[in-house]
Design a protein. Structure first.
Length: 218
């Protein structure tokens, strides 16, 4: 879990750096071919999975190509974090739990209006999804800490979550939705808001969510 969180942090940092670089270059080139985006929002669950997991959040970033003024396609990475319902924790006889779903998809986008400040669009995607549910319990982990004031090392304990077990399921999934791009002046940067319906074939209980995402695009 720690390795996954580290990977997500590094990927998110890369996305922020890419977006910041694009924003600085946008003044020099308005009619660009390459496109990048980053965003975050809420991920409500629907269907049977909503009785097993708790609603969560999402973070996403991607990059792609503008084939024309009305059509683009991106490779999109998305991470959704969820809780585990008390019903499931009681059934499993464990004190705590968490869940996440990440995906890597190819997302075509059709722009319904390429002129003006507000540009509505349709977007979809298909790709690989992986859902993980972890059952945990509070614990204390021994660590060695250096005290710079006294100049020596000492052993102590810090709170942590011990993983008792996990369930990992992968499958193909897809999504379909719509959104709005809003141009921010003449910079070439746009703010966006979108909603999608996502389905992932993750075992006997598929994952269905309706993420609401807000972010920036260049």
């Amino acid at each position: 879990m720690a390795a996954l969180r580290s990977m997500i942090s590094r990927l998110s940092l890369c996305g922020v750096v890419i977006l910041a670089t694009c924003c600085m270059c946008a003044h020099a080139q308005d009619d660009h071919r390459f496109t990048f985006n980053a965003g975050a929002g809420a991920s409500p669950l629907v269907g049977d999975i909503s009785t097993r997991l708790d609603n969560g959040w999402n973070a996403t970033f991607g990059g792609g190509y503008n084939f024309s003024k009305n059509f683009a396609a991106t490779i999109q990475y998305t991470y959704n974090g969820f809780g585990v319902s008390q019903r499931v924790l009681t059934e499993a006889q464990v004190p705590e739990g968490n869940s996440h779903l990440w995906s890597l998809t190819l997302d075509p986008k059709i722009k319904l209006n390429s002129v003006g400040k507000v540009n509505p669009y349709l977007v979809g995607g298909v790709g690989y999804y992986r859902r993980t549910v972890e059952f945990t319990q509070p614990s204390l982990v021994p660590v060695t800490v250096f005290d710079p004031f006294f100049g020596f090392f000492f052993n102590t304990f810090v709170p942590a979550h011990q993983v008792l077990g996990d369930i990992r399921q992968s499958g193909i999934g897809g999504n379909l939705g719509a959104g709005l791009d809003v141009k921010l002046g003449d910079s070439g940067v746009k703010a966006f808001a979108e909603a999608r319906y996502e389905y992932a074939d993750t075992g006997s209980i598929p994952t269905r969510i309706v993420p609401l995402t807000f972010g920036f695009r260049w």
